[in-house]
Design a protein around this ligand. Sequence first.
Ligand SMILES: [Zn+2]
Length: 417
Amino acid sequence: MNPVASEAKKNNMKRILQYIVDHDGATRINIAQQLGLSVGTVTNNINDLMELRLVSMGNKISGNLGRKATVLEFAGEGKYIVVVSMYIQYLLLTVVDFNGCIIRETQKCQFGSSECEEGETIRQKFTDIISGYIDNLEGEIRRQIEYMAIAVTGFVSRDDKVYASWYHWYNIPILDELKERYHFRIYGDNVTKFKACQEFSMVGEDMKNVIYLYIGVGVACVQFFDGKVIEGKNRAGGEIGHICLDPCGEKCHCGNSGCVERFCGENYILEDAKRFLRGKDKCEVLEHLVTELGMPLTVETLLKAEELGSAKVHSLFMRTAQYIGKTLAVIFNIFDPDCVILSGKLVEKSDFVYEKALREMKANIVNVGARDIYVKQAKVREEDLVSAIFHYTLKRYIKELDFEEFSVRNHFARDGE
Ligand SMILES: [Zn+2]
């Protein structure tokens, strides 16, 4: 087969595979119709995909003209992904197969102990925990790992260096040793990207220009255009948390002053709330919850204090909402998106913050009356992270599939049976 035809065939095989993954009950006929291919081409490609053990046949269903059609399924069993969520104090590790079934329940491993560990210590600890986990899995599971996907609460550069200035992680080459050690693919990215991609898969196909805005511990956005993530030259786009809203404002961990994150980031909100526990700014309600009842100082505790009538917490939320509104207005004024998906604990749990932020946003958008403004609340929650990482990785796996390499490995595996 000439190289152009061979490339076209591989692309068709990947499109068909992705279609089968995305659509329950896919048959040759509807794949051909939806992808604009002939039934002959689809059948030919399906046979190859079955030979590679990437597709299997499911039930027969009634098709057109009373003929039975066979449902095609992605053969995801026996192909595993190790999903890693990396937080400052711990790592969460889960093994799932490519059908989304949990193979090993999530295990929590202690990671950092302080916020100021050196980059080298972080890299070594990370490598030791992950390799310890992998090496302790049963041989059968280990052999079937195809991918490891790592969600990091920081920025991950194109060459896999992790940057999170809040934690003093300055460009740590966290994946290098693991990549040398293991045969399977390893991919790391910012946790927001995984969640954003899952959210994006749930918006309508008419939405071309979509921005996902996360306002949590950090603040970041992910832009989608025409179905693709806009990553930028250095894969460093989306750092909206460090846009300056007040040059005379307080210092942010990035080195600038008055950043969005300084006003809206959870760590800073909690830091600001500490002054309500003592001194002239003391708030009786919050002090009672934290000091007397022993509740940790978290966003949930602040929400509780506000619910119990704390005017001080309420005014802190008011200020946060104003800055969230201004950030949203920046997005609409610059990008004029079809939709902004808003995510983060405070906007999800406080109707007051959400609604106040939207009012503030509208007051700051140019020519707002003549515009169609659409903001929707995110659906993917922290507890859905494994599923979000899984879906993203499966898509990536199909996109990167090297059929020749896969075929060789498959033959070796079969010979060993
Ligand atoms: Zn900053």
